[in-house]
Design a protein around this ligand. Structure first.
Ligand code: CP
Length: 311
């Protein structure tokens, strides 16, 4: 296993062998989970704290499940009822958790760079569970694992990431991971929702859905992140769906065996039609959630192996 770092803060900077090894390990956990043999003691005596400053269903729950399946003591810190509400700063919160000898700290925060800042202040291994518009590395890993399970590879695939790219940490982590692994990545959306850095990241930009989806192996839809918009960036939901919402007519431009992905949470009828989201053969959205547990087990596994031994 070649993972080179104490923390997982971003996909950017990881090299193909690091990503491939993480995916191989996650695949072994996916098989183990499906066999029902899930309880291991790799993290016995270790403490994992979930520290989420933003809402989450999938990421927080799957880290909890992953930690418990590996034998860790898992604490879900509820920020909404914590002393953060009495004015305690992020760094003082981190120092407090550090004094409790937490081993693995999973952090979601609205500010890009917050997990990186915390990683410099605590002894624990820090995992970025989504920071602002920066990165969501475990989401990209679970997306890549899902694609690999269906297509057998990442190299050479045409992957169209569609919708609100500018505000999406999922898009950014996926652009880094998929280009690093040799996929041909397209981003598709209105000019207001495509970041200026897209060209630097080595992806092709499309403003027309049908052109962007033509011949795609993978169609990844993203939610409009209205909470991160400063207003006026998109027309009404109805108009957005007309031009950029994935329905059967637009999907017909992708390859006939293309798969449809969405990190969730979905806004049905805005970026994706329900008939596509629930399509029995094309949609792999449920499998993405399943692979989330396996990938997070793999990440906890590799980081835990580098922790100092328990006394
Ligand atoms: N994909 C994702 O991060 O979902 P949650 O916000 O529910 O964790």
């Amino acid at each position: 296993m070649t993972y080179p770092r104490k923390h997982l803060l971003a996909i950017e900077g990881l090299e193909p062998p690091h990503i491939a090894d993480l995916l191989d390990l996650a695949e072994s956990y996916a098989l183990l989970n499906r066999s029902g043999k899930t309880q291991r003691d790799l993290l016995k005596g270790r403490t994992l704290i979930n520290l989420f400053f933003e809402d989450s269903t999938r990421t927080r729950t799957s880290f909890e499940l992953a930690g418990k399946r590996l034998g860790a003591d898992v604490i879900n810190m509820s920020v909404s009822t914590s002393s953060v509400n009495k004015g305690e700063t992020l760094l003082d919160t981190a120092s407090t958790l550090n004094a409790m000898h937490c081993d693995l700290l999973v952090v979601r925060h609205g500010q890009s760079g917050a997990p990186s800042l915390l990683s410099q202040k605590v002894d624990a291994a820090v995992i970025n569970a989504g920071d602002g518009t920066h990165e969501h590395p475990t989401q990209a890993l679970l997306d890549a694992l899902t694609i690999r399970r269906h297509k057998g590879r990442l190299e050479g695939l045409v992957v169209a990431i569609c919708g609100d790219i500018a505000h999406s940490r999922v898009a950014r982590s996926n652009m880094h991971l998929l280009t690093t692994m040799g996929s041909r990545v397209r981003v598709v959306g209105p000019p207001t929702l495509i970041p200026a850095e897209a060209a630097r990241l080595g992806v092709e930009v499309f403003h027309d859905m049908k052109a962007g989806l033509a011949g795609a192996d993978v169609v990844m839809m993203l939610r409009l992140q209205r909470e991160r918009m400063s207003g006026g960036m998109v027309p009404s939901a109805r108009e957005f769906f007309r031009f950029y919402g994935l329905d059967a007519e637009k999907l017909a431009h992708a390859k006939p065996d293309s798969i449809v992905m969405h990190p969730g949470p979905m806004n049905r009828g805005v970026e994706i039609d329900s008939a596509i989201a629930d399509h029995p053969t094309r949609s792999v959205i449920g499998e993405q959630v399943e692979m989330g547990v396996a990938c997070r087990m793999a990440v906890l596994d590799v980081l835990a192996r580098q922790l100092p031994r328990n006394s």
